[in-house]
Design a protein around this ligand. Structure first.
Ligand SMILES: *Cc1c(COP(=O)(O)O)cnc(C)c1O
Length: 251
């Protein structure tokens, strides 16, 4: 496929739309080949790091669920979208770790929080948005080096969250970078855990591993680069991540 500049603006050209449409068709073919039932699998279009153009293209192509994982970016895009396309009604999913102090600005915009990994976070969401839909993030690396709760601790967290005013719909996980075998094993493990806990939703699989996730029984795949092409490098990302970790330390 053609090289393409990152979709960082607000507007898109016909070529951009055609390119993403072709990529989406390819993704759907690959999902079907992996054994996924298209009717039972939803695609979250992940637009983090990209401009509003990516959101608008997704909506144009019928992908109504939009994933973001930086609170400020989601809020800005939702606001601007309402200005330029008042009729658009995306369903925003917040992916991954959420800074506690940003929940308040997000709750009225987000239709599902995919990445809850602490009871305190669930309590905060339940207080500000009773009945909110959430997924618990599972860390399958066994190294505890990023977001997510280790598999052994999932049942206890699910039990605790279920006592709150939340709809705990399922589990979310991120594969193991550059390790297909470990990712496949993780997806199978998360699907089994969801089964054991009677949870319907399994959000797993990104651009590099969505076929493995689909084969393991994903109900949601979260796709950024496979649909939109490259993201621009995130400015000051390391510093911001360090800041958000620090903000979470007092927990
Ligand atoms: C960025 C991100 C994605 C999409 O990543 P791609 O590799 O571009 O598909 C999916 N899930 C989460 C949690 C992410 O942060």
């Amino acid at each position: 496929m053609n090289e393409q500049a990152p979709l960082t603006g607000e507007d898109y050209r016909d070529e951009d739309l055609a390119l993403v449409a072709a990529r989406l068709a390819a993704v759907r073919r690959r999902l079907a080949a992996a054994g996924a039932d298209p009717a039972a699998l939803s695609v979250v279009a992940v637009t983090k790091g990209l401009g509003l153009a990516a959101v608008r293209i997704a909506l144009r192509l019928g992908l109504v669920t939009i994933g973001e994982n930086y609170a400020d970016e989601l809020v800005a895009k939702a606001k601007r979208l309402a200005e330029v396309e008042a009729a658009a009604t995306p369903s925003w999913h917040f992916l991954g770790a959420l800074q506690q102090n940003k929940i308040g600005r997000l709750v009225h915009l987000v239709s599902r929080f995919e990445g809850v990994d602490r009871l305190a976070e669930g309590e905060r969401i339940a207080r500000l948005a009773p009945g909110a839909r959430v997924l618990v993030e599972v860390d399958c690396t066994g190294r505890g080096e990023r977001g997510g709760v280790v598999p052994a601790a999932v049942p206890e967290l699910i039990r605790a969250l279920s006592r709150l005013d939340l709809r705990v719909e399922g589990l979310m996980t991120i594969g193991v970078r550059d390790d297909a075998a470990a990712s496949a094993a993780a997806f199978v493990q998360v699907a089994r855990l969801a089964d054991d806990l009677g949870l319907a939703e399994r959000s797993m699989g990104m651009s590099g591993d969505f076929e493995l996730a689909a084969a393991a029984g994903a109900t949601t795949v979260r796709l950024g680069t496979a649909l939109f092409g490259p993201r621009p490098p995130r400015e000051g990302a390391a510093r911001r991540d360090a800041g958000s970790l620090a903000a979470e330390m007092p927990e």
